[in-house]
Design a protein around this ligand. Structure first.
Ligand SMILES: CC(C)(COP(=O)(O)OP(=O)(O)OC[C@H]1O[C@@H](n2cnc3c(N)ncnc32)[C@H](O)[C@@H]1OP(=O)(O)O)[C@@H](O)C(=O)NCCC(=O)NCCS
Length: 193
């Protein structure tokens, strides 16, 4: 398979356009019910056809969404995906979605780095002012990762998620442009301040 071509690069991860060749691996990773529960799939697994449909929906440029695959920098292996969706260019707002699909990479700093890269891209290149995300209250690892990047809780919808006999909240988190470090992207194109 041809190596992913980085659009954004961090220490641990690169963000690159998804390749059609990634779909079998994506399908393998999406048989994990814990993963799909965090991602609102709640016990759904995805077939190759589902992943093909997803790929078709994100593989062309769109004014309202930017999607990248997350690849481990050292190996070039696909480990996740990240997007900015509902891009509103008039007001400078969007919603972030992220997943490190491969559980072997959870808790290793890959997700917070990919989030930071995407948020910086959103602020610097897309001119965003406010980026929102939604996360379930039981997903404490995700909440911690987002806090590390600079997201703050800005709201909560109570009891929206039922798992077995328990209910959990949807937590809303936001980051504004003034809290985002874009220095690496500025330096990349020769703007030093
Ligand atoms: C959420 C996600 C993107 C975070 O990425 P990650 O690479 O796992 O996170 P990081 O390693 O960058 O940061 C996780 C932080 O939480 C801590 N952590 C790890 N497991 C934890 C747990 N079970 N509870 C609370 N904190 C935990 C880590 O120690 C780390 O904090 P620290 O650096 O202060 O020690 C990733 O775990 C993931 O994709 N999970 C599955 C899908 C998902 O939940 N997507 C988000 C939907 S909103």
């Amino acid at each position: 398979m041809t190596p992913p071509v980085p659009v954004l690069q961090g220490e641990r991860v690169i963000l690159a356009r998804l390749r059609r060749d990634d779909l079998p691996e994506l399908t393998r990773l999406f048989q994990n019910l814990e993963l799909t529960t965090y991602l609102q799939g709640f016990g759904v697994s995805y077939s190759l056809e589902d992943e093909q449909a997803y790929f078709e929906s994100v593989s062309r440029n769109s004014p309202t969404q930017v999607t990248f695959g997350i690849y481990e920098r050292s190996s070039g292996r696909l480990i996740g995906g990240v997007d900015l969706r509902d891009l509103n260019h008039r007001h400078g707002t969007a919603e972030l979605g992220i997943s490190i699909h491969d559980p072997g990479f959870w808790g290793g700093g890959f997700g917070s780095e990919a989030t930071q890269l995407m948020v910086a891209y959103g602020v610097f290149h897309l001119g965003l002012h406010n980026i929102l995300l939604k996360v379930f209250s039981f997903n404490t690892r995700a909440i911690r990762a987002y806090e590390k990047v600079g997201f703050r809780v800005c709201g909560r919808r109570t009891g929206t998620v039922r798992l077995g006999d328990k209910r959990y909240d949807t937590v809303f988190m936001e980051i504004t442009a003034d809290r985002v470090d874009t220095s690496a992207l500025r330096a990349q194109i020769g703007l030093l301040n």
